[in-house]
Design a protein around this ligand. Structure first.
Ligand code: GDP
Length: 297
């Protein structure tokens, strides 16, 4: 919007197109444009005021303080104030906090698990990994290598063995060690979707029997470069995995990851972490204000 011009419907329409191209979806774009129309239509454009309205609305959409009305909004400012990664997770006060991680192959799941383990270890927590993707030898090897570098324990199983049994042994081991966090890797073969969903449900049942309330957190890894496809992935996984958070990977490239906005809006799943590269230290807790700035709308 150019300063000094009068804001009209045509400009709003053009702007809505730009919003939609950022993968945030039509509904969120409509909401933002409605707000601009209400506040500024027919008035002289003041770019900073328009930008602040758009950014505030985007932050609301991301923190759940707008739209969904399901009452799961995070307290204002929590993202900016608390850098402790554990503060982003629903913590089990009685024993290991169990974090289930799901996502389709290639999104960066294995790498993200290692990065999360590193982030938690750096924050002084003891972490156990369970390599539940028993269908991919390379993923297990990769995760074992990362675990060695981080210095955390990893539980693995035979190739093609039941992922739930690896999760079960992981839970037993995490309790024995008095670990703070158990992170469960899972398979991501989308071609056998029914099996995968049954597998996730079984893993949840099995760890729930070992550790009260487990899994306490269920993170779905979404690749920022997949665009709108991320929304259908979230729809598919949210039920079987009971997703409580998104880990948005590959945000270091040109992709802006706008798809997390409709995911939050429709399913009320908040973003908790972002992946910012291929290295072990390239994971950060999600900061809505920073994310909104990077959208560059
Ligand atoms: P998985 O199949 O989902 O387990 O995916 P991987 O963890 O094996 O990652 C797939 C590819 O994405 C690898 O080349 C990773 O290095 C890369 N990757 C993972 N996370 C990120 C990230 O945050 N940024 C970038 N640039 N690459 C990533």
């Amino acid at each position: 919007f150019r300063a000094g011009t009068i804001l009209d419907e045509e400009m709003l329409e053009e702007f809505e197109g730009r919003l939609i191209r950022s993968d945030m979806g039509v509904e969120a774009a409509d909401e933002i444009v409605a707000e601009l129309r209400k506040k500024f239509l027919g008035r002289t454009v003041d770019p900073p005021a328009v930008a602040e309205t758009v950014n505030a609305k985007l932050r609301d959409l991301l923190t759940g303080s707008a739209g969904t009305g399901t009452g799961l909004a995070e307290p204002a400012g929590v993202e900016e104030e608390n850098p402790d990664p554990l503060a982003r997770l629903t913590v089990n006060p009685l024993g290991p906090t169990v974090v289930l991680v799901s996502g389709v192959n290639g999104v960066g799941k294995t790498t993200s698990i290692a990065k999360l383990a590193k982030l938690l270890t750096d924050a002084g927590r003891t972490v156990v990994l369970a390599a539940g993707d028993t269908f991919r030898a390379a993923a297990v090897e990769q995760l074992t290598t990362w675990a060695g570098r981080i210095g955390c324990e990893i539980v693995t199983g035979e190739m093609n063995s039941d992922p739930a049994s690896v999760a079960h042994r992981g839970a037993v081991r995490a309790k024995e060690l008095g670990a703070d966090v158990l992170i469960l890797d899972t398979a991501g073969r989308l071609q056998t979707q029914t099996n995968l969903m049954n597998e996730l449900a079984k893993i949840r049942r099995v760890v729930g029997k070992q550790i009260e309330g487990a899994p306490h957190e269920s993170l779905l890894v979404i690749d920022a470069t997949t665009g709108q496809n991320g929304l259908s992935q979230a729809e598919k996984f949210s039920e079987a995995a009971g997703c409580t958070g998104i880990l948005l990977s590959k945000l270091d490239g040109s992709a802006k990851g706008g798809v997390v906005i409709p995911i939050r809006r429709r399913m009320n799943i908040p973003v908790k972490f972002v992946g910012l590269g291929e290295g072990l230290d390239d994971l950060a807790v999600f900061e809505p204000a920073k994310f909104v700035r990077a959208l560059e709308i």
